[in-house]
Design a protein around this ligand. Sequence first.
Ligand SMILES: [Zn+2]
Length: 333
Amino acid sequence: MIYPDFPVSRPRRLRRLKILRDAVAETTLLPNDLIYPIFVKEGISAPSPIKSMPGIYHYPIEGISKALEEALERGVRSFLIFGVPQHKDDMGSEAYNRRGIVQKALRELRSSFGSEVVLITDVCMCHYTSHGHCGIVEGEYVDNDKTINYLAEISLTHAEAGADIVAPSSMMDGMVKAIRSKLDANGFYNTIIMSYSSKFSSSFYSPFREAANSSPKFGDRRGYQMDPRNVREAVKESILDVKEGADIVMVKPALSYLDVLRAVKESLLVPVAAYSVSGEYAMIKLAAERGLVDERKVVLEVMHSIKRAGADLVITYYAPKVAEWINEGYNPF
Ligand SMILES: [Zn+2]
């Protein structure tokens, strides 16, 4: 495409007035785009603050509906539920207990809100296993093909309890296929699978591990999570997951992986979610508390950049705040 040179061309013309900037803005962000992660914890009777993530709480099952109300009033409708059980064992048996914490929370939320909410569940084993790995461990190796059967069983118990979307996050090969066939065989062909298709072995997860109490007791997750140096592999992982039946794919983390988001978006025709993780949240939160950045401005810049890079959905601990700012008409651009 040929453009005239200066002085005929003056890109600043379109930036002169706010109303014009808004009219030609290429990216929009709505409360509907946001997914809010929620931690439900066994053995507590009142919300308890998570130290590493200021403003975020562990919630007891009793009263979990109340925890969602504020976000709902602001227009956030989608929630990603994580369970923090009291009992952990080698086989992560609480993860697929039909009376487990996530299953109970799903029933409670479904009866409170009916179809007013989209309930998404994280499907993994690391919060439930005594060793903290994302699957069944043989020696020091996470056994892929055994683990995917457990992930399928966990997904089934979530679907039975009312999950609209199951989100497998363990990065096991074939996990989406195993889950899709299990759900279909049990009549849950409308349950959506949002795969954590390219989840990187990232150091930005540390605050979450306090929240979910899920650090591995030995080794690390580099044997299954992705290498931060790779982008083509992320595209491959996403394509494989869609072929196995993923309805939505995900890139996690978000901010250091915007190029991955763009590449995945351009290679696939399904919606793409981005998970802006605990470390991203904590960095902004603490910098804002120190007065180094304007929290609202920085958060909205980050959220728009994630959408601009290709995300259709953004999972963020800032979801209710962002929705509040949008509803107030706050616009820093
Ligand atoms: Zn895990």
